[in-house]
Ligand binder design. Structure first.
Ligand SMILES: *Cc1c(COP(=O)(O)O)cnc(C)c1O
Length: 467
């Protein structure tokens, strides 16, 4: 157990110093600073020695949880292991030190990489063209929907301002549609967790721009009616947008263009390496079929220059290091891992949709939620207790279709031993819910921060330490 109490913040002592600048150079270099920009008093920085600083930050970093320290079963986000070689190549000085305004003849290698990455993405998705510009999945959604709108406008079809989004969709889908000026119409899911065709059909009229879908959907289920959906939407004059965040399950096996989608994004930071916990950086390239290729934005139109080039590099390295043979093994292994966990715990956790899942699945809390004496064991209690067992919590309270959602995605790189350890922890928590409820309700017990008041933490966020 780590001793977090040893982490002291007030380390400053008058006169301690962790650097030494060359004699005199400071005076010389500040000579060119205009007088009105110069400081008159010393900045109130901590005075600390180098070892103190190094230890402080190394100890702080040890309080982080990451995919490099343990299993990270966060559903919908695909927190995959990021191969070291991808990082190594992306930090190669020849690429990392490029400036976007360098003369073109000096950046041919980088441009070639972008071109070859686009070609790989086209092969993997069946799309005809990609823009690498968008910097996140949500950014890709917005870009793709703008392409969809422009397609209708360019044909003089101005009535099409409504977009259909399933009730299981990721929150960014309706948000991007709204930012794009489209009216969001929700389509219901069946009890089996798939799009309800009887609800969809009457929604499809000449005001519909298209539908946004992810397949496998956000419950981890493959939309088996996809051909019928494509046929109906196309017949009604709409286009199909594919949210590629769940592409991990299909990589090298199924191509969105073959399913009938017209526009899509990929989350390179989910499916193709790049650590993205904590919010970035990302890349959300957008691909389109041949008839829409003319509507793809030019470089620099939806983000500065070429987008997040480092993320593009990692995706390129990831694809090439797996190669044509192995890339098709990612999906099946991820699917196997997810189904293994799902089946191993379904006697203790409520499984609202029991069918074969793709790379992720959803429990709706414990099978026995009522702990007697009127107390309920919630998904939050389970997630907090998992931290004590050394696991990152799964995604909780999403999707919104169930009250106690626990969404689990193991990814393809986790060993059987890791999956078994996770299953064991989840079973022990189910036992504790029956035998020692207090332990669950007050968890976590071993983390540097215990259970904060979530509302206060969000509304009165403290970003600095004051003793
Ligand atoms: C992550 C995710 C998104 C949004 O992607 P960002 O890169 O986080 O903007 C959209 N849809 C689904 C299904 C996702 O999992």
């Amino acid at each position: 157990m780590k001793n977090y109490d040893r982490l002291i913040f007030e380390l400053s002592r008058e006169g301690r110093c962790g650097y030494s600048l060359p004699e005199g150079s400071w005076e010389e270099n500040t000579g060119c600073l205009p007088q009105n920009l110069r400081r008159e008093t010393r900045p109130a920085l901590p005075q600390v020695s180098e070892p103190d600083v190094v230890r402080h930050y190394v100890n702080l970093s040890g309080m982080n949880y990451s995919v490099d320290t343990g299993f990270y079963p966060l559903g919908s986000c695909t927190m995959k292991y990021n191969p070291r070689i991808d990082e190594e190549l992306a930090s190669h000085p020849g690429f990392a030190h490029l400036h976007p305004l360098q003369p073109e003849e000096t950046v041919q290698g980088a441009l070639q990489l972008c071109r070859e990455l686009s070609d790989c993405l086209c092969k993997l998705t069946g799309m005809a063209a990609f823009t690498l510009n968008p910097c996140a999945g949500a950014h890709g959604e917005l870009t793709g929907l703008m392409i969809m709108r422009q397609y209708h406008i360019s044909r003089g079809d101005l009535k099409r301002t409504r977009i259909i989004v399933p009730d299981s969709a990721h929150g960014t889908n309706p948000a991007s549609a709204a930012v794009c000026g489209l009216e969001v119409v929700q389509v219901r899911s069946t009890p089996e967790g798939l799009i309800d065709m009887d609800h969809l059909r009457p929604l499809l009229d000449d005001t519909v721009a298209g539908i946004m879908m992810t397949n496998p959907n956000t419950l981890g289920l493959f939309e088996t009616g996809i051909r019928e959906i494509v046929k109906c939407v196309h017949e009604a004059g709409g286009l199909l947008y594919y949210d590629g965040a769940n592409m991990n399950a299909l990589l090298g096996k199924v191509r969105p263009a073959d399913m009938g989608f017209d526009i899509m994004h990929l989350n390179l930071h989910k499916t193709f390496s790049t650590p993205h916990g904590g919010g970035g950086p990302g890349a959300g390239p957008v691909g389109v079929t041949a008839s829409l290729a003319g509507l793809i934005p030019e470089i620099g139109r939806v983000s500065a220059f070429h987008g997040n080039f480092g993320v593009l590099m990692k995706a390129y390295a990831y694809i090439l290091s797996l190669g044509r043979q192995n890339i098709g093994r990612v999906g099946p292994l991820a699917v196997l891992a997810a189904n293994y966990v799902k089946e191993s715990l379904k006697d203790r956790y409520r499984l609202p949709v029991p069918s074969l899942c793709k790379h992720e699945f959803v429990y709706d809390g414990l099978a026995r939620q009522d702990a007697g004496d009127g107390q309920q064991v919630t998904t939050l209690d389970i997630a907090k207790r998992l931290l004590d067992y050394g696991f990152h919590a799964p995604t909780i309270y999403f999707p919104l279709l169930f009250h106690q959602s626990i969404m689990i995605e193991p990814t393809e790189t986790e060993s059987l031993e890791t999956l078994d350890a996770f299953i064991d922890a989840m079973r022990r928590i189910a036992d504790e819910a029956e035998s020692s409820l207090g332990l669950l309700k007050s968890a976590p017990h071993t983390t540097p921060v215990r259970r904060p008041d979530e509302t206060l933490a969000a509304t009165h966020l403290k970003l600095t330490w004051k003793s």
